[in-house]
Design a protein around this ligand. Structure first.
Ligand SMILES: [Fe+2]
Length: 243
């Protein structure tokens, strides 16, 4: 759990793919937003009940099955409002009733807690990161020392390269990264600064090198749990180190 004077973020790791489910709690109202409800809704709602929370919102980082397979059950058991990026809703058309669609840069107000939705496409068309204070819930856009794959319809490595470059430039180094899966042996969370130093996907200046590494090389040479790879160890994969 991470705490701030006005909000807390509770974490559950659930399911066979080590998904992280985050519950954002607004202290003033005891309203809660569940990010990517999946795998074990009873456990998620039990934690909310234990903390005395009223689940008012569901935030989706994207619509891959392992992130949304608990949405219907949460909707049956609560009056929560779904929020997801319009591009994601249009592409996957999950049939959610009256979702609030986002466009990027939107603010979601959870009681007195402001959550900013950033459109971070690449892993999927409408992938979204949610920024709360100095914490970034990153979904599958960025993992600790990794990033989401580009194997499914709607994904695009060129777009993911641009998204990661943008995050590298715009997200302050002290920002805490809360990823969508627990793929690091030692770090369930990280900071942007640590990722800039050790996340191989942030070492590329050249989109063609990035695309080749994401689509061909990474999965042949590396499997989770992920460790840090400093830029100087990327060697042949980053052409600027040949200069
Ligand atoms: Fe995904």
């Amino acid at each position: 759990m991470t705490s701030h004077p006005t909000y807390s973020i509770h974490t559950l790791e659930l399911g066979p793919m080590e998904n992280f489910i985050y519950i954002i709690e607004d202290h003033a109202t005891k309203h809660a937003a569940i990010v990517d409800p999946a795998w074990d809704v009873d456990e998620i709602l039990q934690l909310c009940q234990l903390k005395g929370l009223n689940v008012t919102d569901i935030l989706l980082t994207h619509c891959h099955h392992d992130h949304i397979n608990g949405v219907e059950e949460v909707l049956e058991k609560t009056d929560a409002q779904i929020h997801l990026m319009k591009a994601e809703n249009d592409f996957w058309n999950p049939g959610f009733i009256k979702p609030r669609t986002l466009h990027g840069g939107d603010s979601i107000h959870l009681g007195k807690t402001e959550i900013q939705a950033l459109h971070t496409p690449g892993h999927s068309k409408g992938s979204t990161c949610f920024k709360i204070g100095n914490q970034l819930i990153a979904g599958d856009t960025m993992f600790v020392f990794g990033c989401g794959h580009c194997r499914l319809a709607g994904s695009d490595p060129e777009t993911l390269f641009k998204t990661l470059q943008k995050l590298k430039l715009e997200i302050p180094p002290q920002t805490i990264i809360l990823p969508g899966h627990n793929y690091s042996p030692t770090h369930p969370t990280s900071t942007m600064g640590e990722q800039i130093h050790g996340n191989p996907f942030l070492h590329f200046d050249n989109q063609y090198d990035f695309i080749k590494y994401r689509m061909k090389i990474h999965d042949q040479i590396r499997s989770d749990p992920y460790e840090a790879i400093p830029a100087e160890d990327m060697g042949e994969h980053c052409s600027h180190y040949h200069e």
